[in-house]
Design a binder for this molecule. Structure first.
Ligand SMILES: [Zn+2]
Length: 430
Protein backbone atom coordinates (compact mmCIF):
# COMPACT_ATOMS: atom_id res chain seq x y z
CA UNK A 1 0.00 0.00 0.00
CA UNK A 2 1.25 3.44 -0.94
CA UNK A 3 0.37 6.55 1.04
CA UNK A 4 -0.06 10.25 0.39
CA UNK A 5 0.49 11.82 3.75
CA UNK A 6 3.68 13.82 3.49
CA UNK A 7 3.31 15.87 0.32
CA UNK A 8 2.82 19.64 0.70
CA UNK A 9 -0.59 21.21 1.02
CA UNK A 10 -0.03 23.96 -1.52
CA UNK A 11 -1.31 23.31 -5.04
CA UNK A 12 -0.42 26.45 -7.02
CA UNK A 13 2.55 28.78 -7.44
CA UNK A 14 0.50 31.53 -5.76
CA UNK A 15 -0.12 29.41 -2.68
CA UNK A 16 3.59 28.52 -2.52
CA UNK A 17 4.50 32.21 -2.84
CA UNK A 18 2.28 33.16 0.15
CA UNK A 19 3.64 30.30 2.21
CA UNK A 20 7.24 31.29 1.44
CA UNK A 21 6.63 34.97 2.24
CA UNK A 22 5.09 34.09 5.59
CA UNK A 23 7.99 31.72 6.34
CA UNK A 24 10.60 34.30 5.33
CA UNK A 25 9.02 36.97 7.55
CA UNK A 26 8.94 34.53 10.46
CA UNK A 27 12.57 33.44 9.90
CA UNK A 28 14.00 36.97 9.73
CA UNK A 29 12.14 38.00 12.85
CA UNK A 30 13.05 34.77 14.70
CA UNK A 31 16.76 35.03 13.81
CA UNK A 32 16.90 38.77 14.59
CA UNK A 33 15.34 38.28 18.01
CA UNK A 34 17.05 35.02 18.88
CA UNK A 35 20.67 35.31 17.71
CA UNK A 36 23.03 38.24 18.46
CA UNK A 37 25.13 37.37 15.38
CA UNK A 38 22.11 37.34 13.06
CA UNK A 39 20.88 40.58 14.63
CA UNK A 40 24.23 42.21 13.90
CA UNK A 41 24.40 40.87 10.33
CA UNK A 42 20.86 42.03 9.59
CA UNK A 43 21.40 45.44 11.21
CA UNK A 44 24.63 45.92 9.24
CA UNK A 45 22.63 45.23 6.08
CA UNK A 46 20.04 47.78 7.20
CA UNK A 47 17.25 45.24 7.59
CA UNK A 48 14.77 45.07 10.47
CA UNK A 49 12.17 42.28 10.81
CA UNK A 50 9.23 44.45 9.68
CA UNK A 51 11.00 45.28 6.40
CA UNK A 52 10.20 42.02 4.61
CA UNK A 53 7.17 42.88 2.52
CA UNK A 54 7.69 40.64 -0.50
CA UNK A 55 9.86 37.74 -1.63
CA UNK A 56 11.96 40.24 -3.60
CA UNK A 57 13.20 41.53 -0.23
CA UNK A 58 15.18 38.28 0.02
CA UNK A 59 17.84 40.05 -2.10
CA UNK A 60 18.31 42.64 0.66
CA UNK A 61 19.34 39.99 3.18
CA UNK A 62 23.01 39.31 3.90
CA UNK A 63 24.55 35.96 2.94
CA UNK A 64 25.50 33.45 5.61
CA UNK A 65 28.53 31.22 5.00
CA UNK A 66 30.35 28.24 6.43
CA UNK A 67 32.70 30.76 8.08
CA UNK A 68 29.81 32.17 10.13
CA UNK A 69 29.08 28.65 11.37
CA UNK A 70 32.73 27.92 12.17
CA UNK A 71 33.36 31.23 13.91
CA UNK A 72 30.43 30.64 16.20
CA UNK A 73 31.78 27.23 17.28
CA UNK A 74 30.52 25.30 19.21
CA UNK A 75 26.91 26.55 18.89
CA UNK A 76 26.82 29.00 16.00
CA UNK A 77 23.79 31.07 15.03
CA UNK A 78 21.72 29.45 17.76
CA UNK A 79 18.41 31.29 17.79
CA UNK A 80 16.55 29.61 20.67
CA UNK A 81 17.36 29.25 24.39
CA UNK A 82 19.23 26.08 25.33
CA UNK A 83 16.25 24.55 27.11
CA UNK A 84 14.64 24.13 23.70
CA UNK A 85 17.58 22.31 22.11
CA UNK A 86 17.09 18.53 22.02
CA UNK A 87 19.92 17.35 19.76
CA UNK A 88 23.03 18.39 17.87
CA UNK A 89 24.59 17.11 14.67
CA UNK A 90 27.93 18.10 13.23
CA UNK A 91 29.44 18.06 9.77
CA UNK A 92 32.86 16.53 9.48
CA UNK A 93 34.31 19.77 8.06
CA UNK A 94 37.45 18.91 6.10
CA UNK A 95 38.97 22.33 6.71
CA UNK A 96 39.04 24.17 10.02
CA UNK A 97 36.51 23.61 12.71
CA UNK A 98 33.51 21.41 12.30
CA UNK A 99 30.06 22.93 11.97
CA UNK A 100 27.71 22.05 14.80
CA UNK A 101 23.98 22.51 14.36
CA UNK A 102 21.37 22.57 17.14
CA UNK A 103 17.87 21.12 16.67
CA UNK A 104 14.65 21.76 18.58
CA UNK A 105 12.02 19.01 18.85
CA UNK A 106 10.08 20.74 16.08
CA UNK A 107 13.17 20.70 13.84
CA UNK A 108 13.54 16.95 14.43
CA UNK A 109 9.84 16.39 13.72
CA UNK A 110 10.07 18.50 10.55
CA UNK A 111 13.13 16.56 9.41
CA UNK A 112 11.35 13.23 9.95
CA UNK A 113 8.35 14.59 8.02
CA UNK A 114 10.38 15.69 4.99
CA UNK A 115 12.37 12.47 5.08
CA UNK A 116 9.15 10.48 5.07
CA UNK A 117 8.22 12.62 2.06
CA UNK A 118 11.38 11.34 0.32
CA UNK A 119 10.23 7.74 0.74
CA UNK A 120 6.77 8.74 -0.46
CA UNK A 121 8.31 10.47 -3.49
CA UNK A 122 10.23 7.25 -4.21
CA UNK A 123 6.86 5.44 -4.10
CA UNK A 124 7.71 3.07 -1.30
CA UNK A 125 4.93 1.05 0.25
CA UNK A 126 4.31 0.24 3.90
CA UNK A 127 5.52 -3.29 3.12
CA UNK A 128 8.93 -2.10 1.97
CA UNK A 129 12.02 -3.11 3.95
CA UNK A 130 14.67 -0.43 3.99
CA UNK A 131 18.27 -1.47 4.61
CA UNK A 132 19.96 1.69 5.87
CA UNK A 133 23.65 1.20 5.08
CA UNK A 134 24.88 4.68 5.96
CA UNK A 135 26.70 5.88 9.07
CA UNK A 136 24.95 6.57 12.35
CA UNK A 137 26.32 9.10 14.80
CA UNK A 138 27.06 12.76 15.21
CA UNK A 139 28.55 13.25 11.75
CA UNK A 140 26.19 11.56 9.46
CA UNK A 141 22.56 11.09 9.44
CA UNK A 142 21.63 7.44 9.46
CA UNK A 143 19.22 8.59 12.14
CA UNK A 144 17.48 10.76 9.53
CA UNK A 145 16.99 7.81 7.16
CA UNK A 146 15.73 5.84 10.13
CA UNK A 147 13.28 8.39 11.58
CA UNK A 148 11.86 9.09 8.14
CA UNK A 149 11.43 5.39 7.43
CA UNK A 150 9.62 4.73 10.69
CA UNK A 151 7.48 7.83 10.28
CA UNK A 152 6.57 6.68 6.79
CA UNK A 153 5.72 3.23 8.10
CA UNK A 154 8.12 0.99 6.18
CA UNK A 155 10.43 -1.40 8.02
CA UNK A 156 13.89 -0.06 8.83
CA UNK A 157 16.92 -2.36 8.87
CA UNK A 158 19.57 -0.16 10.51
CA UNK A 159 22.63 -1.92 9.08
CA UNK A 160 25.16 0.93 9.10
CA UNK A 161 27.90 1.18 6.46
CA UNK A 162 30.49 -1.38 5.36
CA UNK A 163 30.60 -5.02 6.47
CA UNK A 164 29.73 -6.71 3.18
CA UNK A 165 29.20 -10.14 4.78
CA UNK A 166 26.49 -8.74 7.00
CA UNK A 167 24.95 -6.59 4.26
CA UNK A 168 24.68 -9.59 1.93
CA UNK A 169 23.23 -11.75 4.69
CA UNK A 170 20.60 -9.09 5.51
CA UNK A 171 19.68 -8.76 1.83
CA UNK A 172 19.03 -12.52 1.67
CA UNK A 173 17.54 -13.15 5.13
CA UNK A 174 15.40 -10.02 5.53
CA UNK A 175 14.59 -9.65 1.82
CA UNK A 176 15.30 -5.92 1.94
CA UNK A 177 13.59 -4.15 -0.96
CA UNK A 178 15.31 -0.78 -0.64
CA UNK A 179 18.98 -0.03 0.12
CA UNK A 180 20.16 3.41 1.26
CA UNK A 181 23.93 3.96 0.90
CA UNK A 182 26.55 5.98 -0.92
CA UNK A 183 26.79 5.32 -4.64
CA UNK A 184 30.31 3.88 -4.17
CA UNK A 185 29.02 1.45 -1.59
CA UNK A 186 26.06 0.60 -3.85
CA UNK A 187 28.47 -0.43 -6.57
CA UNK A 188 30.62 -2.40 -4.17
CA UNK A 189 27.55 -4.19 -2.82
CA UNK A 190 26.30 -4.95 -6.33
CA UNK A 191 29.69 -6.42 -7.27
CA UNK A 192 29.73 -8.45 -4.06
CA UNK A 193 26.23 -9.85 -4.65
CA UNK A 194 27.32 -10.75 -8.15
CA UNK A 195 30.58 -12.36 -7.00
CA UNK A 196 28.74 -14.49 -4.45
CA UNK A 197 26.05 -15.46 -6.96
CA UNK A 198 23.25 -14.16 -4.72
CA UNK A 199 21.26 -12.23 -7.25
CA UNK A 200 18.41 -14.75 -7.43
CA UNK A 201 18.12 -14.84 -3.64
CA UNK A 202 17.68 -11.12 -3.02
CA UNK A 203 14.74 -8.78 -3.56
CA UNK A 204 16.19 -5.26 -3.92
CA UNK A 205 14.04 -3.01 -6.10
CA UNK A 206 15.26 0.49 -5.28
CA UNK A 207 18.41 2.21 -4.12
CA UNK A 208 18.68 5.64 -2.55
CA UNK A 209 22.13 7.23 -2.79
CA UNK A 210 23.20 9.83 -0.26
CA UNK A 211 26.18 12.13 0.20
CA UNK A 212 27.93 11.41 -3.09
CA UNK A 213 26.58 11.90 -6.55
CA UNK A 214 26.43 8.82 -8.74
CA UNK A 215 27.63 8.85 -12.33
CA UNK A 216 25.57 7.44 -15.17
CA UNK A 217 28.11 4.65 -15.66
CA UNK A 218 27.94 3.66 -11.99
CA UNK A 219 24.17 3.53 -12.15
CA UNK A 220 24.23 1.52 -15.36
CA UNK A 221 26.64 -0.97 -13.77
CA UNK A 222 24.53 -1.34 -10.62
CA UNK A 223 21.37 -1.78 -12.69
CA UNK A 224 23.10 -4.43 -14.80
CA UNK A 225 24.36 -6.33 -11.75
CA UNK A 226 21.21 -6.16 -9.61
CA UNK A 227 18.41 -5.53 -12.10
CA UNK A 228 16.82 -2.93 -9.83
CA UNK A 229 13.94 -0.68 -10.88
CA UNK A 230 14.90 2.74 -9.56
CA UNK A 231 17.89 4.61 -8.21
CA UNK A 232 17.44 7.95 -6.48
CA UNK A 233 19.91 10.64 -5.42
CA UNK A 234 19.05 12.11 -2.04
CA UNK A 235 20.61 15.52 -1.45
CA UNK A 236 21.06 17.17 1.91
CA UNK A 237 23.49 18.80 4.30
CA UNK A 238 23.77 19.03 8.06
CA UNK A 239 23.18 22.78 7.93
CA UNK A 240 19.76 22.17 6.38
CA UNK A 241 18.43 19.41 8.69
CA UNK A 242 20.55 16.67 7.02
CA UNK A 243 19.90 14.37 4.07
CA UNK A 244 16.37 14.39 2.73
CA UNK A 245 15.92 17.93 1.46
CA UNK A 246 14.53 16.65 -1.83
CA UNK A 247 14.32 13.62 -4.11
CA UNK A 248 13.81 12.80 -7.76
CA UNK A 249 10.48 11.14 -8.48
CA UNK A 250 10.17 7.91 -10.50
CA UNK A 251 10.35 9.94 -13.73
CA UNK A 252 13.92 10.98 -12.76
CA UNK A 253 13.72 14.40 -14.40
CA UNK A 254 15.54 16.26 -11.61
CA UNK A 255 15.25 16.58 -7.86
CA UNK A 256 11.96 17.84 -6.44
CA UNK A 257 12.92 20.02 -3.50
CA UNK A 258 10.86 21.00 -0.51
CA UNK A 259 10.07 24.61 -1.36
CA UNK A 260 7.61 24.76 1.53
CA UNK A 261 10.56 24.29 3.93
CA UNK A 262 13.25 26.38 2.24
CA UNK A 263 13.79 28.87 -0.56
CA UNK A 264 16.41 27.90 -3.13
CA UNK A 265 18.33 30.51 -5.10
CA UNK A 266 21.29 30.04 -7.44
CA UNK A 267 23.97 32.74 -7.59
CA UNK A 268 27.24 33.26 -9.45
CA UNK A 269 29.87 32.22 -6.88
CA UNK A 270 32.16 35.10 -7.91
CA UNK A 271 29.77 38.04 -8.23
CA UNK A 272 26.99 36.69 -5.95
CA UNK A 273 24.44 37.94 -8.48
CA UNK A 274 21.48 35.65 -9.21
CA UNK A 275 22.18 33.39 -12.19
CA UNK A 276 20.01 33.84 -15.27
CA UNK A 277 16.98 31.53 -15.29
CA UNK A 278 18.08 27.91 -15.58
CA UNK A 279 21.79 28.80 -15.30
CA UNK A 280 24.28 26.86 -13.17
CA UNK A 281 25.20 28.59 -9.94
CA UNK A 282 25.93 28.14 -6.26
CA UNK A 283 22.94 26.86 -4.35
CA UNK A 284 21.85 29.35 -1.66
CA UNK A 285 19.17 28.33 0.84
CA UNK A 286 16.91 30.20 3.25
CA UNK A 287 14.86 28.16 5.69
CA UNK A 288 11.21 28.93 6.33
CA UNK A 289 10.49 27.16 9.63
CA UNK A 290 13.76 26.03 11.15
CA UNK A 291 13.99 27.07 14.81
CA UNK A 292 17.34 25.98 16.33
CA UNK A 293 19.61 27.37 13.63
CA UNK A 294 17.64 29.09 10.87
CA UNK A 295 19.55 29.74 7.66
CA UNK A 296 19.40 33.08 5.88
CA UNK A 297 20.82 32.99 2.35
CA UNK A 298 23.27 30.26 3.32
CA UNK A 299 25.90 29.64 0.65
CA UNK A 300 26.12 25.86 0.31
CA UNK A 301 29.12 25.73 -2.13
CA UNK A 302 27.13 23.16 -4.14
CA UNK A 303 26.55 23.86 -7.79
CA UNK A 304 23.22 23.21 -9.43
CA UNK A 305 20.54 24.86 -11.52
CA UNK A 306 16.82 25.29 -11.08
CA UNK A 307 14.94 23.33 -13.73
CA UNK A 308 12.17 25.13 -15.59
CA UNK A 309 8.76 23.69 -16.41
CA UNK A 310 6.70 20.94 -14.88
CA UNK A 311 7.55 17.33 -14.17
CA UNK A 312 5.40 14.64 -15.86
CA UNK A 313 4.43 13.49 -12.35
CA UNK A 314 2.43 16.70 -11.92
CA UNK A 315 3.88 17.54 -8.50
CA UNK A 316 3.75 21.27 -7.70
CA UNK A 317 7.16 20.90 -6.01
CA UNK A 318 9.84 22.65 -8.10
CA UNK A 319 12.99 20.82 -9.22
CA UNK A 320 16.70 21.43 -9.22
CA UNK A 321 19.28 19.51 -11.22
CA UNK A 322 21.46 16.86 -9.64
CA UNK A 323 24.36 18.46 -7.79
CA UNK A 324 26.98 19.29 -10.39
CA UNK A 325 29.95 19.55 -8.00
CA UNK A 326 31.26 21.89 -5.34
CA UNK A 327 32.40 25.41 -6.04
CA UNK A 328 35.69 24.37 -4.39
CA UNK A 329 35.98 21.21 -6.57
CA UNK A 330 36.65 23.44 -9.49
CA UNK A 331 39.99 22.69 -11.12
CA UNK A 332 41.70 25.59 -12.84
CA UNK A 333 43.83 23.99 -15.53
CA UNK A 334 45.70 26.16 -18.02
CA UNK A 335 43.22 28.95 -17.39
CA UNK A 336 40.14 26.80 -17.97
CA UNK A 337 37.57 26.14 -15.22
CA UNK A 338 36.88 22.41 -15.09
CA UNK A 339 34.50 20.51 -12.85
CA UNK A 340 35.25 16.76 -12.37
CA UNK A 341 31.65 16.16 -13.37
CA UNK A 342 32.51 17.20 -16.93
CA UNK A 343 35.14 14.45 -17.23
CA UNK A 344 32.80 11.99 -15.54
CA UNK A 345 30.16 12.74 -18.15
CA UNK A 346 32.54 12.07 -21.05
CA UNK A 347 33.73 8.77 -19.56
CA UNK A 348 30.16 7.68 -18.79
CA UNK A 349 29.27 8.24 -22.42
CA UNK A 350 32.20 6.18 -23.74
CA UNK A 351 31.41 2.58 -24.56
CA UNK A 352 33.97 0.13 -23.18
CA UNK A 353 34.85 2.29 -20.17
CA UNK A 354 33.75 1.49 -16.60
CA UNK A 355 32.77 4.06 -14.00
CA UNK A 356 35.95 4.42 -11.95
CA UNK A 357 38.39 7.15 -12.91
CA UNK A 358 41.03 9.51 -11.55
CA UNK A 359 42.15 12.93 -12.63
CA UNK A 360 45.83 13.66 -11.88
CA UNK A 361 47.33 17.14 -12.26
CA UNK A 362 51.11 17.65 -12.38
CA UNK A 363 53.48 20.51 -13.00
CA UNK A 364 56.44 19.19 -14.99
CA UNK A 365 59.99 20.52 -15.37
CA UNK A 366 58.99 22.62 -18.37
CA UNK A 367 56.87 24.67 -15.94
CA UNK A 368 53.61 23.68 -17.61
CA UNK A 369 50.62 21.90 -16.11
CA UNK A 370 49.60 18.48 -17.33
CA UNK A 371 46.42 16.54 -16.79
CA UNK A 372 46.26 12.75 -16.85
CA UNK A 373 42.91 11.01 -16.84
CA UNK A 374 43.01 7.38 -15.73
CA UNK A 375 39.94 5.45 -16.80
CA UNK A 376 39.07 1.83 -16.16
CA UNK A 377 38.21 -0.43 -19.06
CA UNK A 378 34.91 -2.30 -18.82
CA UNK A 379 35.05 -5.81 -17.43
CA UNK A 380 34.31 -7.49 -20.76
CA UNK A 381 36.59 -5.45 -22.97
CA UNK A 382 40.14 -6.65 -23.60
CA UNK A 383 43.39 -4.71 -23.37
CA UNK A 384 43.93 -4.48 -27.12
CA UNK A 385 41.34 -1.69 -27.12
CA UNK A 386 43.34 0.55 -24.76
CA UNK A 387 44.92 2.73 -27.38
CA UNK A 388 41.75 3.32 -29.37
CA UNK A 389 39.81 4.07 -26.20
CA UNK A 390 42.35 6.59 -24.88
CA UNK A 391 42.46 8.35 -28.23
CA UNK A 392 38.69 8.58 -28.30
CA UNK A 393 38.46 9.97 -24.76
CA UNK A 394 41.26 12.50 -25.32
CA UNK A 395 39.47 13.75 -28.44
CA UNK A 396 36.22 14.11 -26.51
CA UNK A 397 37.93 16.07 -23.74
CA UNK A 398 39.60 18.34 -26.29
CA UNK A 399 36.32 18.80 -28.11
CA UNK A 400 34.03 19.52 -25.18
CA UNK A 401 36.30 21.05 -22.50
CA UNK A 402 38.88 22.57 -24.85
CA UNK A 403 41.94 21.22 -23.01
CA UNK A 404 44.47 18.49 -23.78
CA UNK A 405 44.75 15.54 -21.44
CA UNK A 406 46.81 12.36 -21.45
CA UNK A 407 44.42 9.46 -21.13
CA UNK A 408 45.55 6.20 -19.61
CA UNK A 409 43.17 3.25 -19.88
CA UNK A 410 43.74 0.74 -17.08
CA UNK A 411 42.43 -2.72 -16.26
CA UNK A 412 38.99 -3.19 -14.76
CA UNK A 413 39.20 -3.20 -10.95
CA UNK A 414 42.67 -1.62 -10.77
CA UNK A 415 41.59 1.76 -9.39
CA UNK A 416 40.80 1.83 -5.66
CA UNK A 417 37.18 1.57 -4.57
CA UNK A 418 35.83 2.92 -1.34
CA UNK A 419 32.71 2.35 0.72
CA UNK A 420 32.63 6.06 1.35
CA UNK A 421 33.31 8.87 -1.08
CA UNK A 422 36.11 7.93 -3.47
CA UNK A 423 38.84 10.51 -4.01
CA UNK A 424 39.12 11.08 -7.73
CA UNK A 425 41.11 14.27 -8.18
CA UNK A 426 44.83 14.32 -7.31
CA UNK A 427 46.33 17.77 -7.69
CA UNK A 428 50.12 17.43 -7.36
CA UNK A 429 50.86 20.99 -8.43
CA UNK A 430 52.24 23.32 -5.73
ZN1 LIG B 1 8.27 14.43 -10.71
Amino acid sequence: MRTNRFMPEFKTAGELHDLQLKGLQWTVSHAYNGSPLYRKKLSDAGVAPGDIKSLDDLRRLPFTTGDDLQEGYPFPLLSVPFDRVVRIHASSGTTGKRKVLCYTQKDIDDWAHIFARCYEMAELTLEDRVQIAVGYGVWTAGVGFQLGCEKYGAMAVPAGPGNMDMQCQFLVDFQSTVVCCTASMGLLLAEEVNRRGLRDQINVKKMIFGSERSSEAMRARIRELLGIEHMFDIPGMTELYGPGTGLDCVHHTGIHYWADYYILETVDPETLEPTPEGGIGEMVVTTLRKEGVPLIRYRTRDLTRILPGECPCGSPLPRHDRLLGRTDDMIIFRGVNIYPRMIDKILSGTEGISCEYQIVLDRRSDGRDYMTVKAERDQNVDGSQNEALSRKIAEQIKHSILVSADVEVVNYGSLPRSERKSKRVFDNRD
